[in-house]
Design a protein. Sequence first.
Length: 237
Amino acid sequence: MVEDGSARVYRRGRRRPRRAALLSFVLMGNAVFQIIRTRHDVPLWWAPLALALLVAAGIWGALTEWRARTVVTAAGVTRQGPLRARTWAWPAVYDLRVEPSRSHALSTQPGWPAYLYDTEGRRFLLPHINEWQLDDPYAEVAALRSQARWYGMPGEQRPEVEARILRRAGQRKGWQWASVAAVVVFVLMLGVVLGEDVSGTPANLPLLLLAVPLAAFGVLGILLARYCAARALRLPR
């Protein structure tokens, strides 16, 4: 974090762990290469598409790393993303919170990121306000919240907004479980492909490795998001 006049600018300053992210990128690239090298029934469009997606993911990660930042001023909060920026005036900000992340087990994501909640209960990640760039993100966000109330951020809790926050959190949890299930389905389909390859039966790679996992993700995501959202609202608070 750096002070720029009356603004606080949070951007990449410290060295961050990204071994697991680099390793996963290398493993995915190697998987694509091995499929291209060993299989002759792969459609001509499959390899360029897979490689293009990997390159796009790498470029997006680099832009996120170097361009993303959070700027806090007396007028509001600006979140600069990889491509565009978005600003919230303080009266439109419901709260600033640090919440634990479940995506940091392999050190690919910070464990304690900060989020902005608007008055509709929507959550937005604030780049670089986390333990990778700050010694104590909780204390930093508490100081921002205390200061923001002087600038017009609502200080009281609203039951209707809290209900929206819970519902949206349940929906996110449902989609997270659906993504895990889609990975499991992909691994199972990969086993089917390998089994058919051993038996000499031609495998439909686009169907097994793309269509089936995506269909599982979509269907399970919708069902689990509805279930988890309803369950979150029923739990005692």
